[in-house]
Ligand binder design. Structure first.
Ligand code: DQA
Length: 166
């Protein structure tokens, strides 16, 4: 590596912001689950692309998926103080979970809520998100691009030092 390359690398390492991604119940089935609604991209592909984009944009991305409400609550609690931003698709818990909402209210870093489908065009019970007023912003109805757009927004919101092109 040239001196210039090395110093750019060090700069990027120092500026690395940590982004935690949470995928809720049934999202482990992406790709096979109702592809007309949720598309054909698998969860592993989404996570891999988030990591790729993150490394270009000065973000270190880690992700979990859980089908269990309490596990999601615990995962959020464990990250308090150790991450800089969050992307969450609470899936069905969006519409039901006061526990996840309460966990999110403890957080003092930006949170972006993502839904692959446009929840407002679907059944009435999906129109309400219990998370909506405790998150920084939402991206809905744009499929997997919603995750990538959320990550791109976090670059500016958390002030990551970018090492490469956008
Ligand atoms: C979802 C929408 C929810 O209503 C649903 O329960 C999901 C996925 C979405 O990404 O569109 O599981 O969060």
């Amino acid at each position: 590596m040239t001196d210039e390359g090395r110093s750019l690398h060090v700069e990027a390492e120092q500026g690395l912001k940590r982004i935690f991604v949470v995928h809720g119940p049934n999202l482990n089935m992406l790709g096979v689950r109702e592809p007309n609604l949720y598309g054909r991209t698998r969860l592993e592909e989404i996570n891999a692309e988030l990591s790729n984009l993150g490394s270009r944009w000065g973000l270190e991305v880690s992700a979990i998926q859980s089908n269990h409400e309490g596990e999601i609550v615990e995962a959020i609690q464990q990250r308090l103080g150790s991450v800089d931003g969050m992307i969450i698709n609470p899936a069905a818990y969006t519409h039901t979970s006061i526990a996840i909402r309460d966990a999110l209210t403890m957080i003092d870093f930006p949170i972006i809520e993502v839904h692959l489908s446009n929840i407002h065009r679907r059944e009435p019970f999906r129109h309400r998100s219990l998370m909506a007023d405790v998150v920084t912003g939402q991206v809905v109805g744009l499929g997997v691009n919603g995750y990538y757009l959320a990550l791109r927004a976090l670059v500016d919101i958390v002030g990551a030092a970018q090492s490469g092109k956008r």
